[in-house]
Design a protein around this ligand. Structure first.
Ligand SMILES: Cc1cc2nc3c(=O)[nH]c(=O)nc-3n(C[C@H](O)[C@H](O)[C@H](O)COP(=O)(O)O)c2cc1C
Length: 362
């Protein structure tokens, strides 16, 4: 059976991946309530189509921090892609390049920053986990040299997340190799403490990530800084005060703290307060082209996908990820036409209806 949507890719990937690798990718934190809510909440965002409009030619292009992308979907930074396919991040970056969009390389990558930059043809971001100053300085300068266009600092991991499936499987995350540190074995000593996504996190020397530290990271580089993992209006506005260029409204796919709002529920109020002050991106739960349209209508400039990239990798490596992106593009294009729109830039808040209490509650 050829997959015709991302759900088909999910089912196929589950059959193909080792069970503990599947669990690592699929899991959410604790009861996985937030992970599940990330999907169910999308159904409460109801779309208002418009007809009798000439939508014969549609333009899906947009820009992200001045960089043109062919449609408003990017690949989220996600560790352990080599567990789904040996080519891992190289395959995903190539697929993104082919699809004319951005690939964000995670700190916890199997392949290194230089390898991925050499292999890829499209724009690249580097996702940074701050562990200590020395590592951060090294990784940021490496990203600059390897021509990564943006530093994407993930802030929603102050402690390791209890993914209970990993605990049951005795799966402490894949090696969590930091491919970018292959040339610096001295810094690799830190690797043994793992990264915040693993369950065996014992952080000697960890200096913590605070607003002051964010300012310091900002001062290290002239590259644009995007903060990933923003869930509240207050934190979004603090990002504005601290001069960051963009935020990803994201709950890490429900992998960090459980029992929060879904990411899409938090987007409208964050967008209302921060729109125009920085660029706003969104992830957590995007599975359909219609979800892309919903997120853009609620204030995102572009979205990211996480787990679907692993599904594409597991099924067919680079070709699988390319197809996953293609399916989303086709569905998004159709959704745009049904809404009587010819361009991504015509999408606005009037296109969707959300429960009246969403903004008040977040
Ligand atoms: C297996 C896996 C590993 C991830 N690793 C990282 C990571 O290293 N850094 C990070 O910022 N986010 C990481 N994420 C979160 C993604 O960037 C993204 O926020 C999330 O997957 C979006 O939700 P979705 O999977 O529902 O699309 C990871 C997600 C998954 C599924």
């Amino acid at each position: 059976m050829d997959p015709i949507n991302l759900c088909d890719y999910e089912k196929l990937a589950k059959k193909l991946m080792r069970p503990e690798a599947w669990d690592f990718v699929d899991a959410g934190c604790n009861d996985e309530a937030t992970k599940n809510r990330n999907r169910s909440a999308f159904e409460e965002v109801l779309v208002r189509p418009h007809f009798l409009v000439d939508v014969g030619v549609r333009d899906l292009k947009t820009t992200v921090l001045g960089q043109e992308i062919s449609f408003p979907v990017m690949i989220a930074p996600a560790g352990s892609q080599t567990d789904a396919h040996p080519d891992g991040e190289i395959a995903s970056a190539r697929a993104a390049g082919k699809s004319g969009t951005i690939f964000a390389l995670p700190t916890a990558s199997g392949h290194g920053m230089n390898e991925v930059a050499t292999a890829s043809t499209g724009p690249l971001w580097f996702q940074l986990y701050h562990y200590n100053n020395e590592l951060t300085e090294y990784l940021v300068s490496m990203a600059e040299k390897a021509m990564y266009s943006t530093i994407c600092l993930t802030v929603d991991t102050p402690v390791p997340s209890p993914k209970e499936r990993d605990i049951r499987n005795n799966h402490s995350g894949p090696e969590m190799s930091w491919g970018s540190l292959k040339d610096r074995p001295d810094l690799l000593q830190h690797r043994s403490v793992g990264i915040p996504d693993t369950i065996n996190w014992d952080p000697p020397g960890y200096t913590g990530l605070t607003w002051d530290k964010l300012d310091w990271i900002r001062s290290l580089t002239g590259l644009p800084l995007v903060i990933k993992g923003i869930r509240t209006v207050e934190d979004a506005l603090r990002c504005v005060e601290h001069g960051v260029d963009g935020i990803v409204v994201s709950n890490h796919g429900g992998r960090q703290i459980d029992g929060t709002f879904s990411a899409i529920e938090t987007l409208p109020s964050i967008a209302e307060s921060a729109e125009g002050k920085l660029e706003i991106y969104f992830d957590s739960g995007i599975r359909r082209g219609l979800d892309v349209l919903r997120a853009l209508a609620l204030g995102a400039r572009a979205v990211m996908i996480g787990r679907p990239v692993f599904w594409g990798l597991a099924v067919d490596g680079e070709a699988g990820v390319t197809r996953v992106l293609e399916l989303l593009r086709l569905e998004f294009d159709r959704a745009l036409a049904y809404c009587g729109l010819k361009s991504v830039h015509e999408i606005d808040r009037s296109l969707v209806s959300i429960p009246p209490n969403w903004s008040a509650r977040v």
